[in-house]
Ligand binder design. Structure first.
Ligand code: ZN
Ligand code: FE
Length: 255
């Protein structure tokens, strides 16, 4: 008995995910980017939607929430810190909470920065992590609402999860992230390996998701903001890693 994940494209560059608990038959949509794409995935798998887990309040992650809830009577779980921005949440959660999907337990982590209340969902037993727009392959979400300190702290918590964890993020941004990462860390063998793999996958029209957290820990510069090389690069020797992280995030915004 385990969790099975269905990955599909939605909107222009979003990912949609269905997480299916084989023991109970319960199925959760991770975020609600687009009704037709989610319905098609459900039909393809022969699953019935019972739950929706929301990571953050942005429109491209909640747009189909109301219609799916009305159609399936799904139970909607979402971030307590953004309950005023998301209509239709049934269960409010925050870092440290546990959410059940049938027999599968998800631990919730706070990952603020892209939005203030952003949360991620970790299936500890199966090793699946749903990160929304907090952590991407080779990158992180744009810092729209948060500040560098808490954003860096949240990423450090995710960095402590096991290397074999499979990460499912909100967008297919990996190729663009690789270009920026190589521009500041071109000699990193783990990054070069991943960039080549991404180029191959994109050439074949395949997804770069899920990705392996352990590889991203070595290849994603935003998970390595406490590496002295980056402090030197930005002229911030001796500064807090959060300050280096902020400089790196600013550089990516302007890239
Ligand atoms: Zn977003
Ligand atoms: Fe998004």
């Amino acid at each position: 008995m385990s969790l099975v994940v269905d990955v599909f494209a939605a909107r222009s560059d979003n990912f949609g995910y269905l997480a299916h608990d084989t023991a109970s038959g319960r199925t959760a949509a991770i975020d609600a980017p687009e009704g037709p794409a989610i319905r098609a995935a459900l039909e393809r798998q022969g699953w019935r939607l019972t739950d929706i887990f929301i990571t953050h309040h942005h429109q491209d992650h909640v747009e189909a929430l109301a219609e799916l809830k009305a159609e399936f009577g799904a139970c909607v779980v979402g971030p307590r810190g953004e309950s005023d921005k998301i209509a239709g949440l049934d269960e409010l959660v925050a870092g440290g909470d546990r959410v059940m999907l049938g027999e599968t337990a998800f631990k919730v982590y706070d990952a603020p920065g892209h939005t203030l209340g952003h949360i991620v969902y970790h299936d500890e037993k199966g090793g699946h992590l749903f990160t929304g727009d907090a952590l991407f392959s080779l990158g992180v979400g744009r810092m729209f609402e948060g500040t560098p300190g808490p954003m860096w702290a949240g990423l450090q918590r995710l960095r402590e999860l096991p290397d074999e964890t499979l990460v499912y993020c909100g967008h297919e941004y990996t190729a663009a992230n690789a270009r920026f990462a190589l521009s500041i860390d071109e000699d990193n063998p783990a990054l070069r390996r991943r960039a080549e793999e991404v180029a191959r996958l994109r050439e074949k029209g395949e997804f770069t998701i899920p990705f392996v957290l352990g590889e991203d820990k070595r290849a994603n510069p935003f998970l390595r903001a406490d590496d002295a090389d980056f402090a030197r690069l930005y002229g911030l020797e001796g500064a807090e890693p959060a300050a280096v992280f902020a400089a790196m995030r600013r550089a990516k915004d302007a890239f």
